[in-house]
Design a protein around this ligand. Structure first.
Ligand code: PLP
Length: 516
């Protein structure tokens, strides 16, 4: 057992210790102990299931087909359940802790979503059933489509893409098909500002387009650099400009209308990365500020548990002239009111996903939007923005904020970025700060993106004022600790079930359990 008490936080914010946190979870409370692997727990002969007696003549497996028996752990059912339950409790999760992971929108996932998504009428439907037998499922898809179109201020949605990145890829394919139909095959370049998410240039590459970076020194797209690049590359080679707005610096780009004009003057299209829609729901619509196509990350904005890489949904919405190129099938409502899947789209780019998309995630999205209602969605964005600005304002004296400056009218959108230079100059690393936050039962914010040495904090609208204050207290206590005893941070986390992981060692010399 490791000693639990060392380096108590010092200074003014001393009132809270890591263990007072409202969100402090089992894994930060528990003593640090060795959790045997499931192989170590194995006892020969133990079984979790019983099979009926063999009542036929046994036959040996032919020698040429027989593989050596795999070395599998042998345990009873209760042992297996306890093993995995313990493991799950050692994870960070939104249900257990504050999770201010910038750009990822780790908001609370209302349980009504799960209720809807597990209704047997939906879970029992088969994608190959006749349209007439799955009217309820198709209706959910159709209504989701219509709501997403309205929130976007754009013409037609496709629900097929399985994640935001997949939506980017699909929309770029649609845009390229549109230009090809006009004979403009030379439009192969896609611009994106320097603070773009890594998936933006990656999606370009997947589509065979060339990604070009536009400067964004103050957090906003540099319009002169944008014009210069368009001139230099030739306006008629530009396919699209991909922008996230509000962007990853946590700023809403008020010049977006001008950006749209510059792009449209070049004959190119404006693509909105909708990952940050949580800040603008019902306040402004991408279609109204000039976007021609966009994706949603419904698992972010419209709440689906999405830690660990899935599942998600990345529906896209486009302007009318792009609609003929959307993937098939499209869910439609016929004149008689019935819902159907329409494959009759001769210009479609085809399918981008088996069947119709991530229906279970779309169903959660439908439920969330319907539960909030139009006013509720606006309220979501107002609270998300208020929470981020509250945190930024309370922390800015100790944690420098390159883009947040209320005196210049630069407020945060739903997230903010800090580059804590003064603290880092005391000899600690950004990692030290992040790891110490774990001791307070808080998931570290996004790191080193969109700029080096930054933390990107997104509280979301679902956190209580008490939790926000606890976060501020923790951040201030860490700042005090750095001022008084910077070396002590190198040992963080000290109250978690695992020590600081040797990332390089884990990468270079992995020790897989299943060996020998
Ligand atoms: C999350 C995110 C993406 C990628 O979305 P996925 O759903 O994870 O594929 C793209 N852009 C931004 C700004 C994001 O935050």
């Amino acid at each position: 057992m490791t000693t639990m008490q060392s380096n108590p936080p010092t200074g003014a914010a001393d009132k809270k210790t890591p263990h007072d946190s409202e969100t402090s979870a089992a894994h930060t409370r528990g003593e640090r102990r060795h959790e045997p692997s499931i192989f170590e727990k194995s006892s020969p002969g133990a079984r979790a299931v019983g099979l009926p007696e063999l009542d036929i003549e046994p036959t040996a497996i032919p020698a040429d087909l027989a593989a050596p028996a795999p070395r599998l752990p042998e345990l009873g059912m209760l042992q297996v359940i306890r093993h995995y339950t313990h493991l799950s409790q050692r994870n960070f999760s939104i249900d257990g802790e504050f999770y201010p992971l910038g750009s990822c929108t780790m908001k609370f996932n209302p349980r009504i979503n799960e209720w809807a998504a597990t209704l047997p009428g939906f879970t029992g439907a088969h994608p190959l059933q006749d349209d007439r037998d799955i009217q309820g499922t198709l209706r959910i898809m159709y209504e989701t489509r219509r709501m997403l179109e309205e929130i976007a201020g754009l013409h037609e949605a496709s629900l097929q893409p399985a994640a935001g990145a997949h939506g980017e890829y699909t929309a770029l394919k649609v845009i390229r098909a549109y230009f090809r139909s006009k004979g403009e095959t030379q439009r192969t370049k896609v611009l994106a500002p320097a603070n773009a998410h890594g998936t933006n240039p990656a999606s370009c590459a997947m589509c065979g387009a060339e990604a070009i970076t536009v400067k964004a020194p103050e957090g906003y797209t540099d319009l002169d650099d944008l014009k210069r690049i368009i001139e230099q590359e030739g306006p008629d080679t530009i396919m699209a400009f991909m922008i996230t707005n509000p962007n990853t610096a946590g700023l809403f780009d008020g010049m977006i209308g001008e950006v749209a004009d510059i792009i449209h003057d070049a004959g190119a299209l404006l693509y909105l990365d909708g990952a940050n829609m949580n800040a603008i729901l019902g306040k402004t619509r991408p279609g109204d500020f000039g976007a021609d196509a966009m994706h949603y990350n419904t698992h972010k904005t419209f709440s689906t548990p999405h830690g660990g890489g899935g599942p998600g949904a990345g529906p896209i919405v486009v302007r009318d002239f792009l609609a003929p190129f959307l993937p098939v099938p499209q869910v439609v409502q016929q004149k008689d009111g019935a819902f159907a899947l329409d494959y009759n789209r001769p210009h479609s780019i085809g399918k981008v996903r088996s069947f119709f998309g991530q229906f279970g995630v779309l169903l959660r999205c439908w439920t969330y939007i319907r539960a909030c209602g139009a006013e509720g969605l606006e309220n979501v964005s107002e609270l998300a923005v208020l929470s981020a600005n509250y945190l930024a304002a309370r922390l800015q004296n100790r944690y420098e904020m390159p883009f947040f400056n209320p005196e210049k009218g630069r407020y945060a959108a739903h997230e903010f970025v800090t580059v804590p230079e003064t603290l880092l100059n005391k000899g600690v690393t950004l990692n030290d700060i992040a790891k110490r936050l774990i001791d307070y039962g808080i998931h570290p914010p996004t790191m080193h993106w969109p700029v080096r040495n930054c933390l990107m904090v997104e509280p979301t609208e679902t956190e209580s004022l008490r939790t926000l204050d606890e976060f501020v207290d923790a951040m201030l206590a860490i700042a005090d600790q750095i001022e008084s005893d910077p070396e002590s941070l190198a040992k963080a986390p000290q109250h978690a079930v695992v020590d600081r992981v040797d990332i390089v060692g884990a990468d270079r010399k992995p020790t897989p359990v299943f060996e020998g």
